[in-house]
Ligand binder design. Sequence first.
Ligand SMILES: Nc1nc2c(c(=O)[nH]1)N[C@H]1C(S)=C(S)[C@@H](COP(=O)(O)OP(=O)(O)OC[C@H]3O[C@@H](n4cnc5c(=O)[nH]c(N)nc54)[C@H](O)[C@@H]3O)O[C@H]1N2
Ligand SMILES: Nc1nc2c(c(=O)[nH]1)N[C@H]1C(S)=C(S)[C@@H](COP(=O)(O)OP(=O)(O)OC[C@H]3O[C@@H](n4cnc5c(=O)[nH]c(N)nc54)[C@H](O)[C@@H]3O)O[C@H]1N2
Ligand SMILES: [Mo]
Length: 684
Amino acid sequence: MNAPEPGHMVRAACPHDCPDTCAMQVIVQAGRVLRVQGDAAHPTTHGALCTKVSRYAERTYHPERVLQPLKRIGPKGSGRFEPVRWDEALNDIAARLKAIAARDPQAVLPYSYAGTMGLLQGESMSARFFHKLGSSRLDRTICASAGGEALIATYGAKVGMHVEHYADSKLILIWGSNSIASNLHFWTFAQAAKRAGAKLVCIDPRRTETADKCHEHLALLPGTDGALALGLMHELIRNDWLDHDYLNRHVQGWPALRERALQWPAERAAAVCGLPVEQLISLARDYGTTQPAAIRLNYGMQRARGGGNAVRLIALLPCLVGAWRHRAGGLLLSASGWFAPVRDEFALQRPDLLAGRSPRIVNMSTIGDDLLREASPDFGPRIEAVVVYNSNPVAVAPQSRKVVEGFAREDLFTVVLEHFLTDTADMADYVLPATTQLEHLDVHTSYGHTYALINEPAIAPLGQTKPNTQIFRELAARMGFTDACFADRDEALARAAFKPEWVDFDALRARGWVKLALPDAPFAEGGFPTPGGKVLADAPGLGVPDYVPSYESRASAPELAQRYPLAMISPPARNFLNSSFVNVKSLRDIEGEPLLEIHAEDATARGIVDGTVVRVFNDRGSYRCSCRVSIRARPGVVNGLGIWWRKLGLDGRNVNELTHQRLTDIGRAPSFYDCLVEVEAALP
Ligand SMILES: Nc1nc2c(c(=O)[nH]1)N[C@H]1C(S)=C(S)[C@@H](COP(=O)(O)OP(=O)(O)OC[C@H]3O[C@@H](n4cnc5c(=O)[nH]c(N)nc54)[C@H](O)[C@@H]3O)O[C@H]1N2
Ligand SMILES: Nc1nc2c(c(=O)[nH]1)N[C@H]1C(S)=C(S)[C@@H](COP(=O)(O)OP(=O)(O)OC[C@H]3O[C@@H](n4cnc5c(=O)[nH]c(N)nc54)[C@H](O)[C@@H]3O)O[C@H]1N2
Ligand SMILES: [Mo]
């Protein structure tokens, strides 16, 4: 790849795991990036980047960037490495993987998530590589599969409103989302609606900066959203605030859902949610009598045992009131399903290379347990090698003690493709230096809007870094994979990524982004992407959704709650992106230290004062952090803001030391926010 001429503006896309997927412009002079900025012409980016990504150049030029391949010299997990030549690293890795694969390729596990959401540097050459190898397949559940599969069970696909149309809504429910922190460009539209007289309601256990700016805040107990949705339905039915015509024509299973909702009078639902009943009743009145009414549901609320059922229930609400009739009404959890026909996933990932094999599937959310599992008829072979890219499991996966113990296995061979020596890279046998978004080509879709984007390389790769695609290409050659597809360059991959009838590649290249041609109010006349075109209140295999209590709460686990009476959620800190950016000093300086927010009532009862260091603990482990006595926490709930690098925390651990590996009701996802803890002032 050639670096462009000095003084150029290069069209780019933000690669991060965020619904906004901003169109960026990179300003380059003399082969060096001066700054990145939002594309003013792009209708959802509006020329603005978030604080984090506006520091993207600082991240790329970070003095601690890994710029050459590294080989472990110290004991496993010591983070001690020496530089090696690419050739030596790749030859050795290929030899190790070949030896394992000769016994059983399923003993090799790829581990990746959305460090970059690019279609090329995400899963293209890597997927081809692991398909050809016949390695274990990874079930990528760590973030969105509970809500995602619930949405598919209800609407038939992960589809929803266009984010731009929220500007015209009259009522917006921001449900399980701290939009100002994690979906800033949606917030712009919500603010426009607010200025035009719309009412904004936030539904979130935490009093977030978003809640501060809404008219109403319902601080429900974590994991009780399903009960709230049922209570709202009950009120809608009781007051006949229903669009009977929409229900009759477009919803399958309404009578059964109606029966279920009738079991949830407002008082019952409010008691489960820990809310004043008047608040629930008033929300139902607003929702039942205001059009267009829109829900911005987000993934924060599906990180509890009942997350899947809760999403199904909430996704049905717009059908009860006929909100879908309006383009500014309905719901958005994810827009990614709009791209399903647009992307050519087969071309990029080549599942045909499996050649009829169907290797076992390992759930990324139980990586702690799975790395420690012995071979068995159920599980298959013990995991002998892990190749990690675009993810930092040691920091982000639940129940860290197990994850660390697993990665610390002396007999495990670990390769990590990374920008930095993360907590996971520290556990590697080899660290391979990867390029950042400024240094490679990619194309993007989004889960929060409906534009395809391109990211052109702005500068030449720093040091000896290589794109993920190139690393897998070179590994494939050393493995003896001779299929022609392993020679495809990134340019060819980019051109193959989208079906031309949807996205014209030259137009994409010229402007940087292309809007998908989709209807404005997609479900005004029904036509959901389910087999019969109806919304499924009664879904095959799942029945009618219900409230599913959390694994760990005072109500569902009273004995456990005697010892660990506080519910802990761990939503992201505003200036980090999962565990990315934690090592960018200017951003870490804003966040200061790992922080636990606690309500004054709970703090006083424990003799804790603002600013002290506390120990947060349960049977799974403990971590230390700084404590903020704050109205951002409701009584009975503490907020352990994430996701710090363990080694940059106060005691070399982070909040995931306390979370568990039990999975959600739908989608096999982790239940990070379904977690009881106790807090005490830490001894000095
Ligand atoms: N700044 C920043 N932006 C991000 C991220 C980040 O780490 N930092 N992460 C990105 C990623 S990977 C994702 S998946 C998206 C996530 O997108 P969102 O889900 O919108 O992101 P969060 O800010 O985590 O919002 C979750 C909110 O849900 C609340 N919450 C927790 N438990 C419950 C519950 O049981 N019910 C309800 N109603 N609310 C609950 C939390 O307090 C939090 O305010 O954001 C993306 N954007
Ligand atoms: N307690 C708790 N835990 C959580 C969450 C929570 O809310 N609470 N949120 C969960 C959620 S929503 C998610 S999505 C997961 C996120 O978990 P991950 O997907 O692991 O996200 P990150 O922590 O951002 O780590 C991504 C890594 O990819 C690297 N990377 C970025 N681009 C590239 C590239 O082009 N090439 C290579 N080789 N590497 C690259 C980055 O340097 C970074 O270290 O965490 C989950 N964990
Ligand atoms: Mo996520």
